[in-house]
Design a protein around this ligand. Structure first.
Ligand SMILES: CC(C)(COP(=O)(O)OP(=O)(O)OC[C@H]1O[C@@H](n2cnc3c(N)ncnc32)[C@H](O)[C@@H]1O)[C@@H](O)C(=O)NCCC(=O)NCCS
Ligand SMILES: Nc1ncnc2c1ncn2[C@@H]1O[C@H](COP(=O)(O)OP(=O)(O)OP(=O)(O)O)[C@@H](O)[C@H]1O
Length: 195
């Protein structure tokens, strides 16, 4: 089974690329969705987060807005949160890979925003980085409700820079040109890697 790692900075087009893979019937592990599940009702991260960040759990699930406020601008707090969440995401990823192997899937995708930051590239046979010019990225992200210049700056400062990601990629998929160009690049990739 071949494992493709899919990553890219905020707003670069990971989710859109992941959907293109899904349409080609490639199973995709979505690390962000895993975090949401872990922090949702009955999720395994709820109790440890309640203990580490008092006041951020409400009605049995994490209030992400409150948690964001608790870690925003506080590097030590963010580290503490990552030490709770990342091992649990890793666990969910392992289960996803095991299930895919049992089904004898030839190709799977791990959609992980922090792939390089968490040294996940070693678990992938091929790393795909989605990218767009910085101005396009800014425009896409600042359109989102609740996003501010300050939040964006803070997030970007915590992510491996785009040019470094591109340098470390096996395949770079540009998403700033057109949807069609990005989809074509992904279809080609699947053709070349699915037996
Ligand atoms: C801090 C939290 C509660 C904020 O939630 P919120 O819904 O407001 O934002 P969201 O998760 O959509 O993140 C917004 C952007 O910040 C980026 N981001 C989130 N966490 C991190 C991080 N630890 N380091 C760098 N960038 C991050 C995301 O990739 C995304 O582009 C949430 O991001 C969280 O629980 N983060 C810790 C877990 C983590 O590392 N997640 C990253 C993906 S595995
Ligand atoms: N190839 C493309 N061509 C044009 N627009 C695109 C393309 N890919 C993504 N977009 C647009 O860019 C925006 C961000 O895309 P997407 O949500 O896929 O990014 P993301 O990397 O998953 O973001 P985040 O890091 O915040 O989770 C969306 O509005 C999407 O419609």
């Amino acid at each position: 089974m071949k494992v493709i790692g899919l990553t890219g900075g905020i707003g670069m087009g990971k989710s859109t690329a992941a959907n293109t893979f899904r349409r080609l019937r490639i199973p995709v592990f979505d690390a962000d969705a895993a975090v949401h599940e872990l922090q949702g009702k009955g999720g395994r991260a709820v109790a440890p987060i309640a203990a580490a960040f008092p006041g951020t759990v409400e009605g049995g699930k994490v209030d992400r807005e409150a948690l964001r406020r608790a870690v925003l601008g506080n590097a030590a707090a963010l580290k503490r949160l990552e030490r709770i969440v990342h091992p649990l995401v890793r666990d969910a990823e392992r289960r996803f890979l095991a299930a895919a192997r049992r089904r004898a899937e030839p190709l799977v995708v791990l959609d992980i925003p922090l792939l390089f930051e968490t040294k996940g590239q070693g678990r992938c046979d091929l790393v795909v980085v989605v990218t767009a010019p910085a101005a396009v990225q800014r425009w896409r992200v600042l359109r989102r409700p609740g996003m501010t210049e300050e939040r964006l700056r803070y997030i970007l400062a915590r992510q491996t820079p785009d040019r470094e990601k591109r340098r470390r990629a096996d395949v770079v998929v540009p998403t700033g040109l057109s949807r069609h160009a990005a989809q074509r690049a992904i279809r080609k990739l699947v053709r070349e890697n699915r037996p």
